[in-house]
Design a protein around this ligand. Structure first.
Ligand SMILES: O=P(O)(O)OC[C@H]1O[C@H](OP(=O)(O)OP(=O)(O)O)[C@H](O)[C@@H]1O
Ligand SMILES: Nc1nc2[nH]cnc2c(=O)[nH]1
Length: 182
């Protein structure tokens, strides 16, 4: 087990928890997409870690692509104004697209992305969200087809998730000590 980072107050998902969630998501996606050759899209930067794990847990042919977006907001919330920093390399017309996200919080980022991708004529667009935060004010238009696990409404880091670009490389997911927020 990895040594606990001194800034982490509490672990929410251990490496073992994460591995089990990844396998479950991989199994579910494999069952539904075995014959569909999906395009699995990673939303950078946060989803890069879950993407690397989940794509290897999908036992079916697929291709991958990446988008980089930036949501305007402060370090712990997004505003819904999304800027595309890197678009897909692939055309998605007629393709079954699965967007892999590390976390669904307000839903603003995904809502924007889904609308944008839908306008390009894919066969389908679904979301695989590793974590879904239990919040009251979610944009209800976003309903992930695949959910890894639910988390309470608190800010978490690790396994791709950052605070001010730090902590993405922690192999577990946890809550920061209050004194670590600046
Ligand atoms: O549901 P929402 O409230 O929109 O929040 C979810 C988004 O927030 C995080 O990204 P962030 O904008 O922090 O960028 P990052 O992926 O580069 O960390 C996360 O990776 C999701 O993309
Ligand atoms: N790091 C991090 N990014 C987020 N984006 C939306 N919710 C969260 C969260 O809880 N942690």
């Amino acid at each position: 087990m990895a040594e606990l980072h001194p800034d982490i107050e509490r672990v929410v998902f251990s490496e073992e928890d994460i591995a089990a969630i990844v396998e479950k998501m991989g199994r579910e996606i494999t069952e539904e997409y075995a014959d569909k050759n999906p395009l699995v899209v990673c939303v950078l930067k946060g989803a890069v870690v879950v993407m690397a794990d989940v794509m290897r847990a999908i036992r079916a042919p697929l291709t991958i692509d990446f988008m980089a977006v930036s949501s305007y907001g402060d370090a712990t919330s997004s505003s819904g104004v999304v800027r595309i920093l890197k678009d897909l390399d692939s055309r998605i017309e007629g393709r079954h697209v699965i967007i892999v996200e590390d976390i669904l919080d307000s839903g603003l980022t995904l809502s924007y992305l889904i609308n944008m991708l839908q306008s390009r004529g894919p066969a389908s667009v679904e979301v695989a969200a590793f974590l879904v935060k239990d919040v009251d004010d979610r944009d209800c238009s976003v309903v992930p087809r695949f959910v890894g696990a639910h988390v309470p409404n608190e800010f978490i880091v690790g396994y791709g998730l950052d605070y001010a670009e730090r902590y993405r490389n922690l192999p577990y997911i946890g809550v920061l000590k209050p004194e670590c927020y600046s």
